[in-house]
Design a protein around this ligand. Structure first.
Ligand code: UT7
Length: 325
């Protein structure tokens, strides 16, 4: 039986040049390399310089993904940009990317699900492609999260970084089996009761300012391990697969302890976990496509591999996707 599938045919990423180490941060807040590494696994993060915008990072990642896919920008008819740090409150930064790529057809919009944004974007694009409304999508996760940080709050400013990742998603026909290439299943959740645990204390309609990230880290941590394990299980049940079938686990990179805890809980050996949190920090919506890009570039993820993605973030929002590469 022929079924529509959304196949990832290319991936790319971009990191700003400036690297900020834990020692650099310990000069401006009361923290230490030892504390940050022990509690989060983060050793460094990239941060934008003055004038560098989210769209700059996103455009570079998008061009890299198009080149990797061997797809002409003119073939793209849908751009979904997951970001919490748009260039402007409006228009959607996706429209800037569309214009910079010289695309004047199709649709481009931003999607806001904070750290889960890329997984939400991938699933949204997958549904558009499966419905036949668009043929070739660019799904981008890009953030200049450093713009939201309060560099006097040591509990948050040491955790986040900037970057961008993108994939090209193309509508193809599959056989309807789990051997098909493409997005095999995706599962999204939100629970707004937890919005005070991780949020930004500003916005156009409340304070008319951008605001700073605020987080009750311990609460987020506790929810993360449980929610992530549950939503991974949903993906396995939906596809009748087991954890042993997974070739690579590419999680949202928030904290090494969360990733270790999740891998243990779901029974996945550590060597199957793609971990970039040490070098990138938490780049919110960019973290999953950035990690994907690293593992594809270094030859770990190969065509035919079964790749498990997940993310969890403010809202709370959380989700998973199983993709045959
Ligand atoms: O993308 C999704 C959203 N983010 C997450 O998933 C993050 C989830 N949470 C976490 O990753 C962890 O909770 C943190 C890394 C944020 C914190 O680790 P923790 O083990 O939960 O530490 P804690 O918040 O319980 O703080 C322990 C101590 C506190 O001191 P007292 O009260 O015990 O004296 C903090 O004040 O560590 C102190 N502390 C710091 N010390 C040095 C907090 N931040 C720092 C810091 N440097 N940067």
């Amino acid at each position: 039986m022929s079924v529509p599938r959304s196949v990832i045919t290319g991936v790319g990423s971009y990191l700003p040049k400036k690297i900020v180490t834990n020692d650099d941060l310990s000069k401006i807040v009361d923290t230490s390399d030892e504390w940050i590494v022990e509690r989060s696994g983060i050793r460094q993060r990239h941060m934008v310089e003055d004038g560098e915008k989210t769209s700059d990072l996103a455009l570079a990642a998008a061009k890299a993904a198009l080149a990797n896919a061997g797809v002409d920008a003119q073939d793209i008819d849908l751009i979904i940009m997951a970001t919490t740090t748009p260039d402007n409150t409006f228009p959607a930064t996706a429209t800037t990317i569309q214009a910079e790529l010289g695309i004047h057809h199709g649709a481009a919009f931003d999607l806001q699900a904070v750290c889960s944004g890329f997984v939400f974007g991938l699933s949204t694009a997958d549904n558009f492609l499966k419905a036949g409304q668009f043929k070739n999508a660019l799904v981008i996760g890009a953030e200049t999260f450093s713009r939201l940080l309060d560099f006097e709050d040591r509990t948050t400013c040491v955790l986040f970084g900037d970057g961008a990742g993108a994939v090209v998603l193309q509508a193809q026909e599959g056989e309807g089996t789990i051997e098909d290439r493409g997005v095999l299943t995706a599962h999204l959740h939100s629970d707004g009761r937890h919005k005070e645990k991780l949020y930004v204390d500003g916005g156009p309609s409340s304070t008319q300012s951008v605001g700073h990230v605020r987080m009750i880290g311990r609460d987020v941590f506790r929810h993360a391990v449980v929610n992530i394990a549950d939503v991974i299980n949903e993906a396995l049940v939906a596809t009748n697969l087991t954890i042993d079938d997974i070739d690579w686990f590419v999680p949202h990179q928030a904290n090494k302890r969360i990733l270790d805890g999740t891998a243990k809980r779901i029974g996945l050996p550590p060597e199957k976990v793609v971990m970039t949190v040490g070098e990138h920090g938490n780049t919110s919506a960019a973290s999953v496509p950035l990690a994907l890009s690293v593992a594809v570039a270094d030859g770990r993820i190969k065509r035919g591999d079964l790749v498990l993605l997940e993310a969890m973030g403010g809202g709370f929002t959380w989700g998973s996707a199983l993709v045959r590469w």
